[in-house]
Design a protein around this ligand. Sequence first.
Ligand code: MG
Ligand code: ZN
Length: 361
Amino acid sequence: MKKSVLYSITLSIIFSLFACTSSVKKSDTSPEIKNIILLIGDGMGLANVSAALTVSSEPLNFERFNFIGFSRTQSLTDYITDSAAGGIALSSGVKTKNGVLGQNTSGNNFRSILELAEDNGLSTGIVSTSSVTHATPASFISHNNSRYNYEEIALDFLKTDIDIFIGGGIDHFFNRSDGLNLWDSLIARGYEVDTTLDAVLSSSASKIAGLTASVHNPYQSKGRGDMLSKSSEKAIDILSKNPAGFFLMIEGSQIDWGGHANDQLNTIQETLDFDKAIGKALDFAEKDGHTLVIVTADHETGGISITGGNEELHSVELTFSTKGHTGIMVPVYAFGPGAENFGGIYENTSIFDKMKKLLGL
Ligand code: MG
Ligand code: ZN
């Protein structure tokens, strides 16, 4: 009798110890990943980030990441990718032809990480400074044989359950060449439609179509203000109400345009503005503990070198080698649970593969 009581006490101690250590282990070493915030600096190479670090008198949010890797950006057909093939590689894990969105060379559609997240009950969102119909955001939502079919791409937004999208593109939704006005269709699908940033920011709706410019928002230096970081914060606020989790893509679209224009001021300014949006994502992820933040680019633009600079004066001198994109690897920064998977050198498509696996989709 005594022996069997002692035996059962010993057993229960062993079991409770086991239960205790296993639960501690789980939360300490691999907290569940519920949310992913993917930030894409269109055309952002290492020179943009280096220049921004020198120009800024404050530390940048780029410095808060502890896992950094490199992504190879070549497309299926071209050594130098465009933003559609680059976007699709990141959104859908497929190397495809330049210019095409969400379709393989036979014209068959494949699903993006945003669509897979929707299928699995996660909330989803897109924020960009360009029109939301432009190649990078469209890569997450559209299936079209040309990135330039902006009005058809706008229609693709109505085929999804995306919870919030903020960017330019009023003309592609409400001022279309085919005479269609998508306002009522958006309302019918449960969206509050807002056409100013103030309306978006003061909204209490849970589903928002926020179109803040007729096509693209202006450069940050030309009056866009804090549209990107404020929109990012708003999107995080809305999406994080879903206990099942969320996927959010935030694009600093116009770093690329500064590169194409060989415009030193704007390519750096847009990178600094993008850094503020990164800060909003990291602040949320630090508090939340279940959010993975990934920052990368679809490709580099401008072939930028830093050919001079002064640390005390916070100044740099950039030299551009092209008006187009280049084939150099781009950095990938990761923070939060699962971030350790993003060290090393890999193809752009494997960023999708890693996200899909980590979200369990
Ligand atoms: Mg873009
Ligand atoms: Zn470009």
